[in-house]
Design a protein around this ligand. Structure first.
Ligand code: G4P
Length: 531
C-alpha cells in the first residue's frame, strides 16, 4: 500500500455528542489519556469554560481567540491516528455543533445512565441520522444509580429510532456496580473504583464459564440476575451486524464510567475496530474516493477571531481525499481561483500547530482573508470537484433586530451580513416589509449575545433586539409550485424570506406546522434548508 493510502486508512475521525453534563468532556479526557496525548486528565479545555456565564465566555473567546469554541484533538493509539472533533464546551447550542457533525465519519453518543435520552442528544442524533453515519453509544456514569438497562436501551430505540446492540452488559450500578460482561469475549470484567487520573485500574477478567470465580467476584444475587439477562439478550437483542452499524441503523452500546475510568479502553478498542476509515464523500460529480483522488477538502465552519485588532477569520476544512501539502497551490472551486492555503494549522486544545501536510480524515484550519464560505470545495488545480453543500439547520430562536442609531444603517447591514456569512446566525426579512426589518434566527440563544457583542465591538453599531415567539421554521421545498401569498396557515404563522428571496414559514408551535400541512396538501416543508 502506498504511504498515502496507509496514512488515510489508519485515520478515524469522529465527533462526540451528548447533552451537557452527560460526560463528554470526561470521556474525551480519558480517551486522550490512552493516546498519551495528555499526561493528566483534567487538562482538556472547555470544562472550566463550560460553567462561565455568557459575559465571561465572551472575555475568554476574546483572549484565546478561537481555542475555546472548537478544536480537533488528534492522537495516536494502537497504530490508528484518531481525530476527535470537539464541539463547543458551553451549555449553549449553536450551528457549529451541527456543522461539526458534517465533518465526522462517525459519532459517539454519550448518555447519562440515570437520565437516558435528553433533549440535545435528540437534536444531534437527528443530524447524524440524516447523514447515515455510524453511531456508537457509551452509557456513562454506571458508578451512580442508573436506570434499568433494558429501559435505557428501549428508550434509545423508541426515541431515536435506531436498533441497539449491547456489546457489553453492566452488572449492577451505583454502589453495586460490579463491572461489565463482555458479550463477544464471554467474560466478566470487574469494576474497581480506579483513580480518576490513572490509566489503568485494578480490573480482573473472568471467563463466564468459571462459575466459582464469578460468584466470588460479584456475589450470588448479581450472578443470578446476570445469567438471566444474558439468556434474554442472546435470544431477544438485535444481532450484531457490522454493515448495519456502518450504515447507521444499529448502534453498538457500551457501558462504563468515564470518571472512574472504567470501560473506556474496552470501548475504544471495539470502537476502533468497528468504525470506518475516512468515508467517500458525495459531490456533484459522484462519490469521491478518499484514497484514489488527490487532495480535496470542504469548508464546514468559519470562525472569526474575536480579537478586534485583527479581523481575521479561520476557515475549518475537512480533508476528504488525498494528501494536503502546504507548499503547493490548490483550487478554490467556488471562488474560481488558484491559491496557496495560508497558515494551515491543526487546532489542538489551546494551541495551534502549523502543518506541512495532512491527510484525508484530518481537519485543518486555514487563514481566511474573507474568501471562503461554508460548504466551499478546495481541490487540486486539475480536478473538478464540488462537494454537496451543508444544509442550513433550523434556528429555534428568533428576534427582530434594529440598529439604535439610524445613521449607522450601512455598518449594521455590513456587520450583520458578515456574521451571517460565517454561519453564526441566519438572517431573514418579513416578506411584506421591504429591507427595514431584519429577523435573526439562531440555533442557541447565546448567539444573540455574540451578535450584539460583535456588532458593538467590531462594527461599532449598537442594536436593539425584540424577541419573537416563534420556535419552528420551515423551508418550502416546492416553492416554485406553491403560491405562498395564498397559503392558508394558522393564525400564528408568519411568512418570511431569506436573503436570496426564498420563502419560509415561522410557527410558534409544532401543532401549527402540522395544521398548515393539513390545510395545504400540496405544500412540502423541510427542517433543513439547502443553498
Ligand atoms: P459534558 O462535557 O458532557 O458537559 O460533561 P462533563 O464531562 O463535564 O461531566 C459533567 C459532570 O459529570 C462532571 O461533574 C463530571 O465529573 C461528572 N461525570 C462525568 N463522568 C462521570 C462518571 O462516569 N461518573 C460520575 N459519577 N460522574 C461523572 P461536576 O461535578 O460537574 O464536575 P467536577 O467537579 O467533577 O469536575
Amino acid at each position: 500500500m502506498s504511504n498515502i493510502a496507509n496514512e488515510i486508512n489508519r485515520r478515524r475521525t469522529f465527533a462526540i455528542i451528548s447533552h451537557p453534563d452527560a460526560g463528554k468532556t470526561t470521556l474525551t479526557e480519558k480517551l486522550l489519556l490512552y493516546g498519551g496525548a495528555i499526561n493528566l486528565a483534567g487538562s482538556v479545555k472547555g470544562k472550566a469554560t463550560a460553567r462561565h456565564a455568557v459575559s465571561d465566555w465572551m472575555e475568554i473567546e476574546k483572549e484565546r481567540g478561537i481555542s475555546v469554541t472548537s478544536s480537533v484533538l488528534q492522537f495516536e493509539y494502537d497504530g490508528y491516528c484518531i481525530n476527535i472533533l470537539d464541539t463547543p464546551g458551553h451549555q449553549d447550542f449553536s450551528e457549529d455543533t451541527y456543522r461539526t457533525l458534517m465533518a465526522a465519519d462517525s459519532a459517539v453518543m454519550v448518555i447519562d445512565a440515570s437520565k437516558g435520552v435528553e433533549a440535545q442528544t435528540r437534536k444531534l442524533f437527528k443530524v447524524c441520522g440524516m447523514r447515515g453515519i455510524p453511531i456508537f453509544t457509551f452509557i456513562n456514569k454506571m458508578d451512580r444509580d442508573a436506570n434499568e438497562t433494558l429501559d435505557l436501551l428501549d428508550e434509545i430505540e423508541k426515541e431515536l429510532g435506531i436498533e441497539t446492540c449491547p456489546m457489553n452488559w453492566p452488572i449492577g450500578s451505583g454502589k453495586n456496580f460490579k463491572g461489565v460482561y463482555d458479550r463477544q469475549e464471554r467474560c466478566v470484567i470487574t469494576y474497581s473504583d480506579t483513580q480518576k487520573g490513572t490509566k489503568e485500574g485494578e480490573t480482573h477478567v473472568i471467563p463466564i464459564d468459571d462459575e466459582q470465580a464469578i460468584l466470588e467476584a460479584i456475589g450470588e444475587n448479581a450472578r443470578a440476575k446476570l445469567f438471566d439477562e444474558i439468556e434474554l439478550l442472546d435470544t431477544a437483542s438485535a444481532e450484531f451486524d457490522l454493515e448495519t452499524v456502518q450504515s447507521g441503523q444499529l448502534t453498538p452500546v457500551f457501558f462504563g464510567s468515564a470518571l472512574t475510568n472504567f470501560g473506556v479502553e474496552i470501548f475504544l478498542k471495539h470502537f476502533l475496530q468497528m468504525t470506518t476509515t475516512p468515508i467517500a464523500r458525495k459531490s456533484e460529480q459522484g462519490l469521491v474516493d478518499p484514497v484514489e483522488t488527490p487532495f480535496s477538502a470542504f469548508v464546514f465552519k468559519i470562525q472569526a477571531n474575536m480579537n478586534k485588532a485583527h479581523r481575521d477569520r479561520i476557515a475549518f476544512m475537512r480533508i476528504c481525499s488525498g494528501r494536503f501539502d502546504a507548499n503547493i497551490d490548490v483550487k478554490h472551486v467556488q471562488g474560481g481561483r488558484t491559491l496557496r492555503l495560508l497558515q494551515p494549522q491543526q487546532l489542538m486544545a489551546s494551541e495551534r500547530k502549523i502543518l506541512d501536510e495532512a491527510y484525508a480524515g484530518d481537519i485543518i484550519g486555514v487563514f481566511d482573508p474573507g474568501i471562503f464560505s461554508i460548504g466551499d470545495t478546495i481541490c487540486m488545480p486539475g480536478e473538478d470537484i464540488r462537494y454537496e453543500g451543508i444544509p442550513t439547520f433550523a434556528p429555534e430562536h428568533f428576534a427582530r433586530v434594529r440598529q439604535v442609531d439610524t445613521m449607522k444603517r450601512k455598518q449594521f447591514v455590513k456587520g450583520i451580513n458578515q456574521i451571517a456569512q460565517e454561519g453564526a446566525i441566519q438572517i431573514f426579512q418579513e416578506i411584506s416589509s421591504g429591507m427595514e426589518e431584519i429577523i435573526v434566527g439562531v440555533v442557541g440563544v447565546l448567539q444573540f449575545e455574540v451578535l450584539k457583542y460583535r456588532l458593538e465591538n467590531e462594527y461599532n453599531v449598537e442594536i436593539r433586539m425584540e424577541p419573537l415567539p416563534y420556535e419552528h421554521i420551515r423551508w418550502i421545498e416546492n416553492a416554485e409550485k406553491i403560491d405562498v401569498a395564498k397559503l392558508s396557515g394558522t393564525s400564528d404563522m408568519k411568512k418570511i424570506q431569506d436573503l436570496k428571496g426564498n420563502p419560509l414559514l415561522l410557527f410558534i408551535n409544532a401543532w401549527s406546522v402540522g395544521m398548515t400541512l393539513e390545510r395545504n396538501p400540496d405544500l412540502q416543508l423541510s427542517e433543513f434548508g439547502r443553498d
